[in-house]
Structure formats: C-alpha cells, structure tokens
Ligand binder design. Sequence first.
Ligand code: GLN
Length: 452
Amino acid sequence: AHLARISAVEPQVNAFLHVDAEATLAQARAVDARRAAGEALGPLAGVPIAHKDVFTTTDMPTTAGSKILEGYRPPYDATVTRRLREAGLVILGKTNLDEFAMGSSTENSAYGPTRNPWDLTRIPGGSSGGSSAAVAAYEAPLSTGTDTGGSIRQPAAVTGIVGMKPTYGGSSRYGLIAFASSLDTPGPFARNVLDAALLHEAFSGHDPMDSTSVDAPVPSVVEAARHGDVAGLRVGVVKEFGGDGYQPGVLARFHESVELLESLGAKVVEVSCPSFSTALPAYYLIAPSEASSNLARFDAMRYGLRVGDDGTRSAEEVMALTRAAGFGPEVKRRIILGTYALSSGYYDAYYGQAQKVRTLIARDFEAAFHQVDVLVSPTTPTTAFPIGERADDPMAMYLADLCTIPTNLAGNAAISVPCGLADEDGLPVGLQIMAPVLGDDRCYRVAAAVEK
Ligand code: GLN
C-alpha cells in the first residue's frame, strides 16, 4: 500500500531520492520468514520506514543530497539503519534533504526540492524535508531524520507531524554522514506521539561505535508517550520566544496549547533565558566550523565524484575541480565561513567566542530546569513558507531555526508536536517541548497530553 501511495504522489511531492519496490518487498518477505522461524521480533516488525539519505545503507545509495556522492554505495550500515533492520522494519527508500543537511527547506538538495503535501507551492521544512513530507503524505508511516539545528523539529512543525530531537549522544551517529559532529542527532518522525516513541526506542541507546554515545539508563519514552499525564508538572514558557517576527496564527495556537496544559493540571510560569538571543550567531560559527573540517574528506580520492582526472592534472587540481563541481552554493558558503572562523588570528574572536556563548546557553537551560520540568515555545516563528521565498536570502532562511537551535547547542532533548492550524493560511503549527539532558521521556509525556 505504501509503495502504491509513493507511486501515486511522488511526481508531486518528490520526497524520495531512491525507491526500489522489489527490494522493499524482498525485505518484507524476509521479515515474514524470520517471524515464521519463531524469531521474537519487536512491536515495529514489518512496519515500513523511510530513511533520510544521510544514514548509510549497504543495499541503497547514500548521497547526503549532494552531487559529490552521486551513486555512492556505503560498505556498512549506520547503527540507526542496522538496529531498525534487526527490529524488522522494512526500508521503503531514502529521502531527500538539503545538501549535507544544511538548510531549512530542502531547496538546497542537488536533486530538486521536496514539496509540502499541505500546499505543493510551499517548503516541507528542512533539512529532513523528504522525511517529513513522506510521513505527512502517507507515503511512509515512519521516517528517520537528523537534527543539528532544528532539522527534525522544524520540518515536523511545518508538515503537521511529530518530530523528536533526542538528547545528544542518546542516538548513535555511527554511519551518519557528518555535518557538525558536536550537534548532529538522529531522531524519529511519525504522525502521532506513540509511534514516534516506538521508533525512538527501537534505534536509540548506547553504541560503542560512537565515542560521544551516552551510556546511561534512560526512562522509557514509550511508557511516557502512553501516559501523557501532566498534572503537577511545571511548564516554563520561554519569554524570549515570541513577539516580533512571529506569525500571529503561530502565537495563537501556541498560547492555546499553554492554556490546554494549564487546564490539564500543569503549573505554567514564565522563564527567561537571556542568552538564547545569541544562539543563532553562535550556531552559524560552530556548525560551519565543524562542517568545514568534516567535509574535507570529500577530496575526489576516497568517495564519489572525481572531475578532471585526465592524467595531466595534479591531485590538488583534481580535488579543487571536484569540490567546485560537486558541492552546491550553501555548502561552499559554510566551508568558507567555517574555514575563516577557524583560521589562525580569527579563531579566538569567532570560534572561541561562539563556544563561550554555547556555555552560557547551557547555563540558561540549567537555571531554567531548576525552576521547571519542561520549557515550551513555538517550534518555528512561521508556518511553511513558499518555495523560492527565502532561497536567495540566507539570513531569512536561518531564522526558521530561531527556537530550535539553543537545544542543539546545549545537547538536551526537544520534540515538536502538532498544535493546530494557523488562521491566516490554514497551515500546521508545531509546539516545541524542551526537556533536560536525558529527559527525553518528559518531551513525550507532555506531547502526548497536547495531542489528546
Ligand atoms: N537549518 C539549520 C542549518 O541550516 C539546521 C540544519 C540541521 O539541523 N541539519 O544549519
């Protein structure tokens, strides 16, 4: 049924970069055989899933949305891919994204934009926009994404689905094509909170293959999603998120959600996080700095594309020609920004300062979580914007992640859950619920309450 749905709507939505119906059906039969052989499979066995095309897959290409990796076949599965295969999920295909996960709209994909199923003239968010659109369009019941600055929560919000950024280190980065290693976090997309929790639990947990993986006991997110009880819970409204630049319809749905939580017995207070206003500039130094280092590996020798290797050119010339042809404009912008910020003489002024701001943001969260159990805000300042509207204006594009980025810098957990449609345009609005490090269960508990 999902393959038929994909065939029917892909010409309009363009959520997938790779679909192979035969391979999917073969996987499904293999899961049936495992079940018939008496293997105890988990609750998601046989359920189809779409993977963001930054998770390596041995049986499918992995491009990261870039021409530089066109046709690349990874020799190993990402931990997220492997664990979900073991749990019996069936891979429908690989989904579209902004090149190397850099963007908020999927317009930076080298393979054309994905369109929002609610309105095909609008963006589905990004960078995990293929994964959000696939689930919103009923092409897949579940999908994976990665969130470095908002790339799960923002697309979830603007397509009306649930998207969760787990605690940094709570889900493995092994086999995830790196953007900014100190921020990158794999997480789930689903159409409801319990489905997201089931998927989250199926791939998360300690992984010895990822040196930043957290090895600590965590409360069950599935149990939390089942209960959704917020009586007595202390909810903090982040004072700094709201006002100018926020769409009235987004704020209206946000305030209703806060009232709903109050009516369910939560104690709501206003909390100030003064350093959050500096998160965006700090992020746009730290993330490009890490990206400029991570993307150095695309050198025309080890992976994918190689341009100009005709026997007359030096390795450096081939490298330069390949990177010039293989990377898109946003990726180049980030490499230049990051290389500049890390260069000697500028390091302390830019990267060093940004790291200090990062510490201040983590302290704001710490202070806030002494007063409250969770923080809430709109996930995004606006609903889905029209394709093309911000394509030539990087600053306007970067603002889509205003509310999501502080969580990435501090490494804590946050979820986006649908909270209604904006009056102006009838498009979905997301509520963001932020919890302390390893407090992922609280996100699900509150999200489940809002969903009801
Ligand atoms: N939109 C942000 C960026 O472009 C976040 C992307 C992400 O989370 N991968 O960097």
